[in-house]
Design a protein around this ligand. Structure first.
Ligand SMILES: Nc1ncnc2c1ncn2[C@@H]1O[C@H](COP(=O)(O)OP(=O)(O)OP(=O)(O)O)[C@@H](O)[C@H]1O
Length: 447
């Protein structure tokens, strides 16, 4: 597809996709059909659940990994290899411990082939801008986490990148240090003191995204696609308590908690030549939460007035990343209903909280059998075997058609946790065998 390249756009993504070949020979699609343009002068936040491919997308834009389909355009030219206009700030700082602050900051300039004099001059200037003046000769281990990340910023900015990419740059810092650094960075950006045209930040924090960004791109999972591309037009500095700010956070919550919304890439698909993947490639993905957490959420919802997810998370002091998977699992099991970012107990959820332990197990059993495909498949496989025993390898083989090996393991573990709670099957971890207890099979067979 040829896009209408906007005047200010310098990076464009066209039908971009990434897939990986699994050890079993299957190809797993991580990201699919991403179309968007990055404009000069904007801070873009890339949000999405864990595993939705945010870092993968950022790495493709930076040219650190090649796309499997589609392309990244840099000034209308297809990117081959590293993107010369991009520098990255990593979550874990990625500093060389044996180099001083100055030497670490110089690194990118050295790689660009800058002469020693200009290298030192530029590095010192950026060290000053970023608030590390006086620490040029210190080693990373002598610095606090916040200061180490300042070195990460200075190193990335010293090369004067057109696009500064940041992969969860504040998440390894304590809350106050993160807040301070976030605002200092915003200050430098708004005052045009840092030499970069745009910033792309990968984050898990909805509030962080709405605080910093001019545009929030929300990715969905399995595979990662653009679910929404929202402009944030509030003037800086934004008041987190203002109704406008809260309404935007609410809106992002709604998008993240509503997997049924059409993604913007599928709307765009009418104008692209890329065929849509067959529906069979989409496999229900289980959020990795324990039934205990689901029960905890249901109990919290009982008799509550406050049904707005965003406020609920604030009140419970839960990060969105902690709350959303629990909400998603509850929704998959038909225990809660979510409409427009508001959550309420579904009939089954009401019944659950008013039940004793055995009744609760029966409710979850029924729900899993009706709604959770992986559990259904495991039960069918167990029923098909005369001794009602299967090896976990069999389940992993199925899962690896849809997920990476690591994710397949996590899916299996979640299905084991849920199915064991519901007493649908047991799992012997050392031998990796899934089986139905004698008493269960006997009573089923006599029915
Ligand atoms: N080299 C690789 N080979 C196989 N799978 C990979 C590789 N790199 C990433 N993945 C898989 O791609 C998926 C997306 O990973 P990615 O790190 O981009 O997601 P993310 O949205 O940034 O996640 P998080 O928020 O947890 O950091 C994951 O399931 C991950 O396991």
């Amino acid at each position: 597809m040829v896009q209408n390249v906007e005047k200010n756009s310098f990076i464009a993504l066209e039908n971009l996709g990434k897939s990986y070949l699994q050890p079993n020979g299957q190809t797993i699609s991580i990201i699919e059909n991403i179309n968007c343009q990055l404009q000069v002068g904007e801070i873009i936040a890339l949000l999405g659940p864990s595993g939705s491919g945010k870092s993968t997308l950022m790495r493709m834009i930076a040219g650190l990994i090649p796309p499997s389909s589609g392309k990244v355009l840099y000034y209308n030219r297809q990117l081959m290899g590293l993107n010369p206009g991009v520098a990255i700030v990593f979550q874990n700082f990625a500093l060389y411990p044996w180099l001083t602050v100055l030497e670490n900051v110089e690194l990118g300039l050295k790689a660009k082939g800058e002469a020693k004099d200009t290298r030192i001059q530029k590095a010192l200037r950026m060290i000053d801008v970023i608030g590390l003046d006086g620490f040029e000769n210190a080693y990373p281990k002598e610095l606090s986490g916040g200061m180490r990340q300042r070195v990460g910023f200075a190193r990335a900015l010293a090369v004067e990148p057109e696009l500064l990419c940041m992969d969860e740059p504040f998440s390894a810092l304590d809350v106050l240090t993160a807040e301070n650094l976030r605002f200092e960075l915003l200050d430098l950006w708004l005052e045009k003191r840092i030499p970069t045209k745009s910033i792309l930040i990968v984050t898990h924090g909805i509030e962080e995204a709405v605080t910093l960004a001019d545009r929030v791109i929300v990715l969905g999972r399995n595979p990662g696609r653009i679910r929404a591309d929202l402009p944030i037009k509030l003037p800086h500095y934004r008041d987190r308590k203002s109704p406008e700010f809260q309404a935007l956070v609410d809106q992002v919550y709604k998008i993240l908690t509503n997997p049924d919304l059409p993604d913007s890439s599928s709307q765009a698909a009418t104008t692209t030549s890329t065929p849509k993947p067959p529906a069979s490639q989409k496999y229900q993905s289980l959020p990795h939460v324990r039934i205990g957490s689901v029960a905890g959420l249901l109990e919290l919802l009982e008799g509550r007035q406050e049904k707005d997810l965003y406020r609920l998370a604030q009140e419970l002091l839960l990060e969105v990343d902690d709350l959303l998977p629990i909400v998603e699992a509850s929704k998959l099991m038909d225990l809660v209903a979510i409409t427009e970012g508001d959550i309420q107990l579904a009939q089954r959820g009401e019944k659950f909280i008013n039940s004793n332990i055995d009744e609760r197990k029966a409710i979850i059993r029924e729900s899993l059998q009706q709604h959770i495909r992986l559990v259904q498949q495991i039960c069918q496989l167990l029923q098909a075997k005369r001794n009602h025993r299967i090896s976990e390898e069999l389940v992993l083989d199925i899962l690896e058609n849809y997920f990476t090996s690591k994710e397949a393991q996590r899916q299996l573990r979640t299905a084991m946790d849920w199915g064991r709670y519901a007493e649908l099957y047991s799992y012997d971890e050392p031998s990796g065998e899934i089986f139905i207890e004698e008493s269960v099979t006997e009573s089923e067979e006599s029915e």
